[in-house]
Design a protein around this ligand. Structure first.
Ligand SMILES: *[C@@H]1O[C@H](CO)[C@@H](O)[C@H](O)[C@H]1NC(C)=O
Ligand SMILES: *[C@@H]1O[C@H](CO)[C@@H](O)[C@H](O)[C@H]1NC(C)=O
Ligand SMILES: *[C@@H]1O[C@H](CO)[C@@H](O)[C@H](O)[C@H]1NC(C)=O
Ligand SMILES: *[C@@H]1O[C@H](CO)[C@@H](O)[C@H](O)[C@H]1NC(C)=O
Ligand SMILES: *[C@@H]1O[C@H](CO)[C@@H](O)[C@H](O)[C@H]1NC(C)=O
Length: 315
């Protein structure tokens, strides 16, 4: 916060206190009237001081505000309507809206959001309308983002950088009616399947449905994501991509080499066994002549244990 102009810190404190108590103060370049504060297009670079504490509707749109201070915002415990569109807000934190739990309408569109912290909206259980559109650097939303916004009826996610959404993020939105999804570079891969199925079964209103299309993969480019569920399911269940083929090739090769090794081992065994048998019968013959009997004994020691059948039990 920049130092506020004024006669001195004492006076500043006094007037701030007066403002807090009476609620009669109004930020410079804003209009305050009947629990409504309008600072639209006031060239503000930061959140204005002296907003009456009983404010219910706050218009901060079309300024250059870069962040929303949770402490100051949290003083406005009656706030139900907050318009922050067309500013330079780059992120909202878990604690940003912790004090404004009665909020019904929140517009953060046309900012420069890069981060929406997972629990940013977790206290906003009365929130009915949320606009996050036109934040081109917003690349992802956590699956807990809407876990507690159970009153939400309208959600605008147009023109962001979102490539994918987790269908789990929409599990706790029983009253959601309208969902805008166009202008995003949707990546319709198999991770996206569950969300597209959700779009089919949930019967939401998609006013821009025809313009919310897949950008990737090439086979599905241009498909509206509200209709891509079935082709995507077909692709994900039957379609094999390069990696799958590589995997199958590898498995095939392993089976082939295992087979080869097994065949080679069997062959070796057979050959060794055959030659051993031949040697043993030679040895027996030679035994009659009283020669090389020691060698034969050493190779086929078990022959003796094997008993009558004459099969060696080694190997
Ligand atoms: C959300 O904000 C955008 C840009 O500020 C605006 O054009 C759009 O109409 C808003 N969405 C709704 C549903 O009001
Ligand atoms: C918006 O955010 C991006 C990414 O953080 C940054 O590069 C860019 O300068 C920002 N734009 C403005 C107007 O602040
Ligand atoms: C939802 O709200 C309840 C109570 O207000 C809180 O205990 C819980 O942690 C919140 N959930 C999330 C995901 O923030
Ligand atoms: C699908 O695309 C998203 C977004 O780029 C990515 O996070 C995810 O890992 C991808 N899933 C698969 C199965 O490729
Ligand atoms: C869809 O996009 C086209 C071209 O950008 C635009 O003219 C049309 O109004 C859009 N339709 C909806 C329903 O948003």
């Amino acid at each position: 916060m920049s130092p506020a102009p004024g006669p001195g810190p004492g006076w500043l404190l006094f007037s701030l206190g007066l403002g807090l108590v009476s609620g009669s103060k109004c930020p410079n370049s804003c209009q305050c009237q009947a629990q409504e504060v309008v600072c639209t297009g006031a060239q503000l670079k930061e959140y204005p001081p002296n907003i009456p504490l009983d404010t219910r509707r706050l218009y901060l749109d079309h300024n250059h505000i870069t962040f929303l201070p949770a402490m100051n915002l949290g003083l406005l415990s009656d706030l139900v309507y907050l318009a922050c569109q067309h500013n330079l807000i780059s992120g909202v934190m878990d604690y940003t809206f912790i004090g404004v739990f009665k909020l019904i309408y929140l517009d953060l569109s046309s900012n420069n959001l890069t981060l929406v912290s997972p629990h940013s909206f977790s206290m906003l259980s009365s929130l009915v309308q949320l606009n996050l559109s036109n934040n081109p650097h917003l690349l992802s939303l956590n699956k807990f983002t809407f876990a507690n916004t159970s009153s939400l009826r309208l959600l605008d996610l147009r023109d962001t950088g979102l490539q994918t959404l987790d269908h789990a993020a929409f599990q706790n939105l029983p009253t959601l009616q309208t969902l805008y999804l166009s202008g995003n570079p949707w990546k319709c891969n198999c991770s996206f399947l569950d969300f597209t199925i959700y779009l089919i079964v949930s019967h939401l209103d998609h006013p821009d449905g025809q313009n919310a299309t897949c950008v990737e993969p090439a086979e599905l480019a241009g498909w509206p994501i509200t209709q891509v569920g079935n082709p995507l399911r077909y692709m994900c269940i039957t379609h094999l991509d390069g990696r799958d083929y590589l995997f199958l090739l590898l498995v095939g090769f392993c089976i082939f080499s295992a087979g080869t090794v097994a065949a080679w081992l069997t062959g070796m065994c057979a050959v060794v066994y055959q030659s051993a048998r031949r040697k043993s019968s030679e040895a027996e013959e030679e035994d009659e002549h009283g020669q090389r009997v020691v060698v034969s004994r050493r190779i086929f020691q078990s022959r003796v244990d094997a008993g009558q059948d004459g099969f060696p039990q080694l190997m």
